[in-house]
Design a protein around this ligand. Structure first.
Ligand code: GLY
Ligand code: MN
Ligand code: MN
Length: 434
């Protein structure tokens, strides 16, 4: 992403904040895995969205109209010894020259410098309750300014959630953002295709997972979330990530996996037979889920509401379950009674962006949000029938099926960004036979 894009976002946010305001946004902390070992560092999405700055221990401060520069970045100082151990740092010079900050100070000096910058501001845009330590610091700074009241200092009187403005911005993807999504999705599609060909009776789920991660990493990407590789009964566990069972002949395999490119995610699910050929029952149930997905995708159009896709999916799933004799009764009543929830217990999608379950409100003024061009979302209906399901014929047991694509709302037809991953019964069987 071009540094100009980050600058444009900061300008847009500051325009909305108006003068007399200050925004404070911290980098993600390093997460400890165990003793001396950290998890791989992942920058906070909001922080990255505004800065492109990849380091921990940093704070963005935006002060619209500040004469000495509106964008201040507090970050770690250069330190040759620390950098020898733990990697390079931009330092204050790098913050300005590489990352476009107007001004930069060592993070260790923030207590001395930031209160002075906040003085005279009326509103503080800061999200409370996410970083408890910084919450305390921010309150302390405000109180410090307040205590200097008699010497003419004016403390901010209002706290405003930064997320409100920022998350609405993030909901609308620019061309550059869609391009990054596209890269992550292309690699993820390729990974799913390779995994389909690699899977076979006797292979372990974690071997299939390794194949996915190999494809991500050899393209310079990470996984956007823990991959789900669930065969047979495991396909009926929605967030299954153990991935440690052997693939059995005759079982389905559900793979939910996606890569991340410069913080932009892909999120794809495909379900296919381990041995490459759908059995009669697998094919019948799979077709119901696929029909539901296609009906839901067709609702991803400007002017439609967020929930329209879910309602379309639920309708088709319920009708299919009745047709197959898994549910009994009238479709309309079963939908109203939510009888499908026994086999379909999640929703049909979510916003997709820098976070796989991305930010953005689903309702506005208590009404489902209208879709607009530039919004990106997933469409992912499924059916899950674990062994022992009462009143359900045995032939359906251990069928866990989800089909998930990433869809961009456009002025015209929905743009299915991940359609190149084989999806119809024929396309999957042909690809696996190839
Ligand atoms: N991979 C998480 C989801 O599909 O929502
Ligand atoms: Mn998803
Ligand atoms: Mn998924």
């Amino acid at each position: 992403m071009d540094m100009k894009d980050f600058a444009r976002r900061r300008k847009q946010l500051m325009r909305m904040m108006g003068e007399g305001a200050v925004a404070i946004l911290p980098a993600a902390p390093v997460a400890l895995r165990n003793r001396d070992v950290d998890y791989p560092y992942r920058q906070d999405s909001d922080f990255y969205y505004l800065s492109g700055f990849p380091e921990p221990e940093a704070v963005i401060v935006l002060i619209p109209g500040r004469k000495h520069g509106e964008y201040v970045l507090f970050c770690r100082e250069r330190d040759i010894e620390m950098e020898t151990w733990n990697g390079r740092r931009a330092g204050q010079l790098g913050a300005c020259e590489q990352y476009g900050a107007d001004d930069s100070f060592p993070i260790s000096d923030i207590d001395d410098i930031l209160p002075g910058m906040m003085e005279g501001c009326e509103r503080v845009y800061y999200t409370m309750g996410v970083h408890p330590e910084l919450d305390q610091q921010v309150l302390h700074w405000v109180n410090m300014i307040r205590s200097m009241n008699r010497s003419g200092s004016r403390a901010p009187g209002e706290f405003v959630s930064l997320e409100h403005l920022l998350h609405d911005m993030r909901l609308y993807k620019s061309r550059a953002e869609v391009a990054l999504h596209r890269k992550a999705m292309k690699v993820s599609v390729e990974a799913h295709k390779q995994a389909m060909r690699f899977a076979a009776p006797g292979v372990m789920e974690y071997e299939v997972e390794a194949e996915l991660l190999y494809q991500f990493q050899r393209n310079g990407m990470q996984t956007a979330y823990s991959s789900i590789v669930g065969s047979g009964a495991n396909g009926c566990i929605l967030h299954y990530t153990d991935n440690n069972a052997v693939l059995e002949d005759g079982d389905l395999l559900l793979i939910d996996a996606g890569a991340e490119k410069e913080c932009y995610a892909a999120d794809i699910t495909r379900t296919f037979p381990v041995n490459g050929v759908f059995s009669k029952s697998q094919k019948a149930l799979y077709q119901v889920v696929l029909d539901a997905q296609l009906a839901a995708i067709d609702k991803v159009r400007p002017g439609n509401h967020w929930n329209d896709a879910h309602e379309a999916a639920v309708e088709v799933l319920t009708a299919g379950l009745v047709e197959l004799g898994i549910l009994k009764g009238k479709v309309k009543k079963l939908v109203n009674d939510q009888a499908y929830r026994r086999f379909y217990m999640h929703r049909t999608g979510h916003w997709l962006g820098m976070d796989v379950h991305d930010v953005g409100d689903y309702k506005v003024d208590n009404e489902w949000r209208e879709l607009e061009p530039g919004m990106m979302l997933t469409v992912e209906p499924g059916l899950y029938i674990p062994a022992g399901s009462k009143g359900v014929a045995k032939k359906w047991w251990n069928h866990g099926i989800r089909i998930e694509d990433d869809v961009l709302v456009t002025r015209d037809d929905p743009k299915v960004m991940t359609e190149a991953a084989p999806k119809s019964v024929d396309a999957i069987q042909e690809w696996m036979a190839g």
